[in-house]
Design a protein around this ligand. Structure first.
Ligand SMILES: Nc1ncnc2c1ncn2[C@@H]1O[C@H](COP(=O)(O)OP(=O)(O)OP(=O)(O)O)[C@@H](O)[C@H]1O
Ligand SMILES: [Mg+2]
Length: 239
């Protein structure tokens, strides 16, 4: 059974249709990535899964259960959690309060403490700064707060929307190291990335979107032989 499935989904904002008859079937046990030009509907795809954009037609399922236009909370309860594009921390709240929000479904104190420890272990700087307001942190540290917040519910599948965007090169390395660690521990992920070369090194399965349509899907290894797709969407600059 698919972990997450979009079946012939149309979705958009107001009058503006973004996703056109989009079908994706995310299998468990692998790291997936979605690549494609700016505005091609990558973020909208993940937002549709999370109940954050109107689905006009078609069906979205998580482990077989219909979650089309579900309340975002219901999707989190099913183990699907997103790191939104740009991070979006709550600047007035402390780092720890931001993490707490991610674990809004957790009411067992021991479980909560364990989750904090796991996040602090991944991002030690967050423990150092846990009492500071998130808005006072650097952009890179704010992205770590957002990443940590997404991990707090211990999601079965983590949706990462451009986790490395706007970060200095050493922080980009850190993000991909964390993604590798999560992969080694068996976490399922869907990653959207502009940093195509880096994400293709970690992802096992790739989807290419263009204008809200699926142009390609397949094993990452097979993509390297798709000259046309490589030329159109990956290009030499990603080397
Ligand atoms: N909140 C919104 N309201 C109206 N239109 C939106 C909204 N968010 C996105 N769009 C439009 O939907 C289309 C797809 O946007 P989306 O953010 O899904 O693309 P993307 O592939 O994630 O692009 P990027 O690589 O720039 O992040 C774009 O034309 C965009 O302008
Ligand atoms: Mg986007």
């Amino acid at each position: 059974m698919s972990l997450v499935e979009l079946d012939a989904v149309d979705a958009g904002y107001g009058e503006n249709q973004v996703l056109h008859d989009l079908t994706l079937s995310i299998q468990p046990g692998r790291v997936n990535c979605i690549i494609g030009p700016n505005g091609s509907g990558k973020s909208t795809t993940l937002k549709a899964v999370c109940g954050l954009v109107d689905v006009w037609d078609g069906t979205i399922r998580v482990r077989g259960d219909d979650v089309t236009n579900a309340h975002p909370r219901d999707v989190v309860e099913r183990g699907v959690v997103m790191l939104p594009q740009g991070g979006n921390v709550f600047p007035e709240m402390t780092v720890k309060e931001n993490l707490r929000i991610g674990a809004f479904l957790v009411d067992d104190r021991d479980v909560l403490e364990r989750r904090y420890r796991e996040v602090y272990e991944m991002f030690p700087v967050l423990e150092e700064k846990k009492r500071q307001r998130a808005g006072e942190l650097s952009g890179g540290q704010q992205m770590m707060v957002a990443f940590g917040r997404a991990l707090m519910p211990d999601p079965e599948i983590l949706l990462l929307d451009e986790p490395s965007a706007g970060l200095a090169p050493d922080l980009v390395d850190d993000v991909f190291d964390q993604v590798e660690r999560l992969k080694e521990r068996g976490r399922d992920m869907i990653i959207i990335e502009q940093n195509v070369r880096r994400v293709l090194d970690v992802a096992e399965y790739v989807y290419v979107l263009d204008q809200g349509e699926r142009m390609y899907e397949g094993e990452t290894e097979a993509l390297r032989d798709e000259d046309e797709i490589m030329r159109m969407y990956i290009g030499e600059r990603h080397g």
